[in-house]
Design a protein around this ligand. Structure first.
Ligand code: RB5
Length: 155
């Protein structure tokens, strides 16, 4: 299952992605299918998407105007690794190296093929190995911040 959501800027792009994924028989859970989305704010949307991704242990797609605001907000939730991707290579590598669980897209960007990027993101897999050690360090930083202790001995 793929969790998807957008703020008001990304409603059309979200619909296109849902249609595209459903045509491929991929289950999609739109967690921001509200009646009125005119005054929504991307941090609220990011939080809903992030919590659903963690709950269902699946990948997510989060859309705002640039993809940036929603990625910043998603990354505040422990356990989320959200990446803005503007090209296929980024989508592939953020799955393989960073074990990213949320793809962030910008609905107002020009010259990006969102569907190609989505494809690459959902088809690529975490490579593990030395990358696991690095991802574990990200988790460790989260834990230190939560506990109010300094990470490592570098500062
Ligand atoms: C909303 O106007 C816009 O600021 C938002 O979608 C996003 O691009 C923020 O990063």
């Amino acid at each position: 299952m793929i969790v998807i959501g957008s703020d008001h800027t990304g409603i059309e792009l979200k619909k296109n992605i849902i249609k595209y994924l459903q045509e491929k028989n991929i289950e999609v859970n739109d967690v921001t299918n509200f009646k009125d989305q005119t005054g929504d704010d991307y941090p609220d949307i990011a939080y809903i998407i992030s919590k659903n991704v963690l709950k269902h242990e699946c990948l997510g797609i989060a859309i705002c105007g640039t993809g940036i605001g929603i990625s910043i907000a998603c990354n505040k939730v422990n356990g989320i690794r959200a990446s803005v991707c503007t090209e296929k290579y980024m989508a592939k590598m953020t799955r393989m190296d960073n074990d990213a669980n949320i793809l962030c897209l910008g609905a107002r960007l020009e010259n990006t093929d969102a569907l190609e990027i989505v494809d690459e993101f959902i088809q690529s897999e975490f490579a593990g190995g030395r990358h696991q050690r690095r991802v574990d360090k990200i988790t460790q930083i989260e834990k230190c911040e939560k506990d109010g202790v300094t990470y490592g001995d570098s500062i």
